[in-house]
Design a protein around this ligand. Structure first.
Ligand SMILES: Cc1ncc(COP(=O)(O)O)c(C=O)c1O
Length: 390
């Protein structure tokens, strides 16, 4: 991979050491240019000028095609969304529930992914069961198998956990879930853009992801995969003029589109989606498998270096099959360290005081020397007494 060229296309990387695409990825110039292009066209020609509207709608569909190609879905199985959470909300609120129905979540789910199910528990009496994470793959799968009962309707797992960075064996989880008669939904906030994802090969039922993290797309973009056979079972919660296949007010007919577009219900920030397409195509050109190969040795390198700092305890699995570009370790004052890293060294990381945790997102544009510099700074902070690790 030509990392020099890759970095030259992302101006923010010249300003700082960017180790937090797990929150938001840095915006590449090609993506920003696409956004500006469309807003300038709208400014110059008018929002509803026919050329602009027609081209934007064509571009919107091109974004759907790009998203489908990236995760090996079919176009009619893709809903363009605003974020990961919206995808989970569409499924949670679109299914029919009965009190006592069970949903299994891993204990490392983000509030964006877990919230829609907790909301259902409060409003419709479904039961949430937590699946503990372990770095032992077989033990994890056995725990899952034991937790599923005849009342379990759905298993919700992050492909890559936002907390420990563990990469879960989604294909095996899907196999167990289906064998035991339950659906599986995957939260792909940290997978898409980091390594190849093939939703058909994984055999999951629903897969939600976003443009604004590992894909370095515009904020407020995402997409949801829904297995074609399940589309009729997911009722649209929000509807509008754009979700309709057949509308006849006189006869009170309002028939949603048959495909995944039924959840895209009305006017949207159209220019974001051509920019999402550009972001996706950029990652496709880099090749997700090559991105993964570039990230892996850097993760091993930084974990080795971190493990030499007294008291640093790495939370991410060291086993390559379950590790990812998210590297997390414990710290007693993460917020203070995060602030110092930024203010004094222009290093961006994720941190959470409640969890006593610092997290690095190692994407392909990161340089090994940036990671070395980060580790040196952390070591200095430890020597100066800023690091009182647990
Ligand atoms: C695993 C996971 N799921 C969901 C979300 C929420 O993402 P969004 O803002 O796109 O809804 C995040 C955000 O960090 C996340 O890490």
């Amino acid at each position: 991979m030509d990392v020099v060229a890759l970095r030259a296309g992302i101006p923010a990387l010249q300003q700082c050491i960017y180790l937090n695409c797990g929150t938001y990825g840095p915006l590449p110039t090609v993506v920003a240019d696409e956004l500006v292009y469309w807003y300038r066209r709208i400014e110059a020609e008018g929002s509803y000028a026919y050329d602009v509207t027609d081209e934007l709608l064509e571009q919107y569909e091109a974004a759907r095609r790009a998203a489908a190609a990236l995760i090996h879905a079919d176009e009619d199985e893709i809903t363009l969304t605003r974020n990961v959470s919206e995808g989970a909300d569409i499924i949670a609120n679109g299914m029919t529930w009965h009190p006592g129905d069970e949903v299994i979540l891993t204990e490392e789910e983000h509030p964006g992914g877990a919230g829609p199910w907790l909301n259902l528990a409060q409003r419709q009496g479904i039961v949430i069961k937590l699946l503990p994470i372990t770095h032992d793959r077989d033990e994890f799968l056995e725990r899952l198998e034991r937790l599923i009962t005849s009342r379990t309707r759905l298993v919700y797992v992050s492909h890559v956990s936002c907390i420990s960075g563990i990469r879960l064996p989604v294909r095996e989880i899907a196999e167990i879930s289906h064998r035991k008669g339950t659906l599986i939904m995957v939260d792909g906030a940290h997978s898409v853009g980091q390594f190849p994802v093939d939703v058909h090969a994984l055999d999951c039922d629903f897969y939600t992801t976003c443009g604004h993290k590992w894909l370095s797309g515009p904020q407020g973009t995402g997409f949801l995969y829904i297995r074609r056979e399940l589309l009729p079972e997911i009722a649209p919660t929000f509807v509008g003029w754009d979700s309709v296949e057949h509308y006849d007010l006189q006869h009170q007919i309002f028939e949603p589109r048959p495909d995944a577009r039924r959840f895209e219900f009305s006017t949207r920030p159209w220019p974001l989606y051509p920019a999402l397409r550009v972001a996706i195509e950029r990652v496709q050109k880099l090749d997700p498998a090559e991105i993964e190969r570039t990230i892996r040795p850097m993760v091993q390198h930084v974990e080795e270096a971190l493990s030499e700092i007294p008291d640093v305890s790495i939370m991410s699995p060291r086993n390559p099959a379950m590790s990812s570009g998210l590297v997390a370790f414990t710290h007693t004052i993460p917020g203070e360290v995060k602030k110092k890293l930024w203010e004094e060294h222009r290093i961006l990381v994720g941190a959470n005081d409640e969890r006593h945790w610092i997290r690095l997102s190692v994407n392909a544009y990161v340089l090994p020397e940036e990671l070395d510099y980060f580790v040196d700074v952390l070591r200095q902070l430890a020597t100066n007494g800023t690091n009182h690790n647990t």
